[in-house]
Write a protein of this length. Sequence first.
Lengths: 327, 327
Amino acid sequence: MKNPVRIAVTGAAGQIGYALLFRLAAGDFLGPDQPVRLQLLEVTPALKALQGVVMELADCAFTTLADVSTSDQAESAFKDADFAFLVGAKPRGPGMERSDLLLGNAEIFRVQGRALDEHAARGVRVIVVGNPANTNALITSRNAPGINPRQITAMTRLDHNRAVALLAARANAGAADVRRVCIWGNHSTTQYPDLHHATVSGRPALQQVDAAWYKDEYIPRVAKRGAEVIAARGASSAASAANAALEHMRDWVNGTRSGDWTSMGIPSDGSYGIPEGLVYSFPVTCHGGNYTPVAGLDVNAFSRERMDATRRELEEERDAVKQMFAG
Amino acid sequence: MKNPVRIAVTGAAGQIGYALLFRLAAGDFLGPDQPVRLQLLEVTPALKALQGVVMELADCAFTTLADVSTSDQAESAFKDADFAFLVGAKPRGPGMERSDLLLGNAEIFRVQGRALDEHAARGVRVIVVGNPANTNALITSRNAPGINPRQITAMTRLDHNRAVALLAARANAGAADVRRVCIWGNHSTTQYPDLHHATVSGRPALQQVDAAWYKDEYIPRVAKRGAEVIAARGASSAASAANAALEHMRDWVNGTRSGDWTSMGIPSDGSYGIPEGLVYSFPVTCHGGNYTPVAGLDVNAFSRERMDATRRELEEERDAVKQMFAG
């Protein structure tokens, strides 16, 4: 057995947290030979419920679970963390304006950014799941000057997986037959699921589905899939979100498969006309524990328009919270 | 990739089902090279919520998930099933007598036993999770004369895992250091967690904990752990129950580790004075896809008394539902 790694999870008693923790503890993230220490953060009123979750984790007798700690203090949960899943966020309440939601979350992620900066391992890899994920990641990063911004990412993998699954279903193929789908931009309804580079069973995806379906049905359906799940299930996506977070981190560590890529919200390096530093979803390949945005893709006018629309939304979000940036 | 296997899951939209399905679909049961078809059963009013779960399963783009079907008819869900996780059961309502609970569930499992008998693969392996699990398994079996009763089992793995974890914690050891714990009898508060054969780090467990703790704290705490979780979490054990169900089936298929055993509710072969056919939890080893009760263990007076008490409870349960047996 290797030495344990420390994994911090925020919002650990929530529905996504509950779906995520048992898979992390079972070895689904780092494999059966890598023990993990889970460092769980919750708001004070949820600590009792979290204790019940800790009991259930114990009751699994996982050989890969070295230890579990709980806290309502980010400083404690992020101490020496090698990985951080920032799942907890303030949900949109009744009558709340989007700007209220942005600022409410900005405060949470400012605090967490500082705590990561002061307490996490220098190589910590962070995924922000809590919405608005891209801008929350940006705030986290801008309050953690001692951590390379490339280590703080936002999840668009759930959108990516939805895009893969809905394309596979349309093309009567399996998910494994689909490659090079990507999500550009914000994890919001402005996101742009791009099939111009995608293949199904080795053939171009856009030769296998019709253009009207792609534009009028597929793009909005991927972007609004969360609402579709809520309408059926009576609860928001939890297990699929947890799975996406796990896969985002696993691919980052272990690499993407040959001939394929995935989508991650990352600080732009200026590629594709996206302003440097904006946390924007790009197609990326992962290798050797690092991710690299896919370079040199053709961007036609159809794509350009959508990539810019979601970029503008992210710029507006950034401008609405910039008073929360340190320094 | 191999040919898909068919896995039926009942109560699929419930909390245990929700925690179980994503792990089955992710390959946690049969590995990354074995595609699965999930055949999900729910009561009619839960079919809409189940559709939301199916969407989330699709949204994971699992390469090991070949197909998902849903139904409110056992005949359909069990069609050609290679494995069946019988999770759904009637919960105990306010003012309900134990006999009402037994009979209400007996009717459910009579129907499911017949459906398995008529529609499942002849080699189907069944785990009953829904309570009262042992007696529900007995009814299922007694209504499925064409299926070897040894293929229809009840889950005591959650109790087993709890017993391992609580012993490990007491002995300041890891779960992997604990071996040969076992649960005898009924998945109820009469169950008997037996440490007389258990070791921690190779040394006898009962030399490492004191006798009063074992008798007065450990045994009742393992037996009542479910209530402890509910009190903290505000909801009953779900992810830990799903994990136990998965491990029960995985060990049955893949085998128990060398030098260790697990606990399964199985039809007694008459060993240890337990009447033949009663579904009673025994220590078992698994090898080559089969389980074998551990033979020849010494049973002292302390153990005998507890093994008989839980046996008597199971006989009473059996007698309360025997009008539900076929033939």
